[in-house]
Design a protein. Structure first.
Lengths: 216, 134
């Protein structure tokens, strides 16, 4: 198993009444275990253009992309999804399901056959007969797993900043050269991490990485 | 004002084809209000452990570490949830884990609170206000 360590050093010669020197190292292990984490996204770079001032998703709770299931019929207060067969994908239990009238954090509960599966929660309202579609992810970051997130504003303009948001709550701002490293609980599928560069005057470069155990 | 230098070093000893090995350093100009390294025994009620108050006018850099103990000496495996006071969960710290992130106060409505899961956990924390932001 891999052994991944993260060390932070905080130092200052002129802070408070005395110099500051803190250094601590942690070994990244799986939740409730001493086994090392074994999944990593690698370093990713997101370029945000100067005219792109809207909130954009930086790190999705969905892992591995999504596909669309078409021709969906789903009755109100029902969990049985009927859809058009698609031989290019195989739906399996546990996959996250997203769509209108679908409960937050719903997943595929049971794969029935090539045209049916059961949801983990009933639909709040009907999906239009044979005309609806649902988005299905391959996997997702699971609540309370030991995933750690690194984000860095790698831009060089001191005045530009990016805002990091989880679930519509602003966590904080990263100015040029600033970085953050924190555990990410991803308690539900809506807990993706967003970035906004609303006041930037130049192209913004955001580097990020997730180290952890994904959905395992 | 003072200069605070945070440095992160990530290393990996293993099986990845491209091993993780990098270091990044920042330079922050910080000022009061601040709190130097403080130890707090965190109980299981988040509202009892608000370590950074909501502040509309400041961005604060926050360091939190799970000491691996319940009281500074007795080891514990209980973990600590890190939350905004608006009840948005950020993440969970296990024994000896730490985090470092900026907190903006979200217009003054949210602070940062800690909540131990199951039993008390001793944590260290510190924060400094960012002179540049907001």
């Amino acid at each position: 198993m891999p052994t991944t360590t993260a060390t932070i050093t905080l130092s200052s010669a002129d802070i408070d009444a005395s110099p500051l020197s803190v250094s601590t190292t942690m070994t990244l292990s799986k939740a409730a275990l001493t086994t090392g984490v074994d999944q990593i996204t690698g370093m990713n770079r997101r370029i945000i253009r100067a005219d792109d001032i809207t909130k954009v998703m930086l790190i999705s709770t969905i892992i591995g992309g999504v596909y669309t299931t078409k021709g969906v019929t789903l009755a109100s207060d029902d969990a049985t999804v009927t859809h058009v067969a698609d031989s290019t994908v195989t739906t399996r239990a546990g996959q996250p399901v997203i769509g209108t009238n679908i409960a937050t954090d719903a997943t595929v509960s049971t794969f029935t056959d090539t045209t049916h599966f059961e949801l983990s929660a009933v639909a709040a309202d009907a999906v239009a007969s044979a005309k609806g579609s649902l988005t299905i992810g391959y996997s997702k970051y699971t609540a309370n797993k030991a995933n750690k997130v690194y984000i860095c504003n790698s831009s060089t303009d001191d005045t530009d900043y990016i805002v990091i948001t989880i679930k519509n709550e602003e966590i904080g701002r990263l100015y040029a050269g600033d970085w953050m490293f924190f555990p990410w609980s991803a308690p539900d599928i809506a807990s993706s991490i967003f970035v906004t560069a609303a006041t930037q005057t130049n192209t913004t470069i955001v580097d990020w990485m997730v180290i952890g155990e994904g959905d395992s | 004002m003072a200069t605070l230098i945070p440095t992160l070093t990530l290393t990996d000893s293993t099986s990845y084809s491209d091993e993780v090995s990098f270091s990044v350093t920042d330079s922050l100009t910080v000022k009061a209000p601040s709190s130097s390294l403080t130890t707090l025994v965190v109980d299981t009620t988040g509202a009892n452990n608000i370590i950074v108050p909501a502040n509309a006018d400041k961005q604060t850099w926050v360091f939190i570490r799970h000491t691996g103990t319940s009281d500074g000496s007795s080891s514990t495996s209980a973990h600590v949830d890190i939350e905004l006071t608006g009840d948005v969960a950020i993440g969970t710290l296990k024994a000896n884990e730490w985090l470092w992130f900026p907190h903006c106060g979200n217009g003054g409505s949210t602070g940062i609170q800690l909540q131990a899961v199951g039993s008390a956990v001793a944590c260290e924390y510190a924060y400094w206000s960012d002179n540049t932001a907001q």
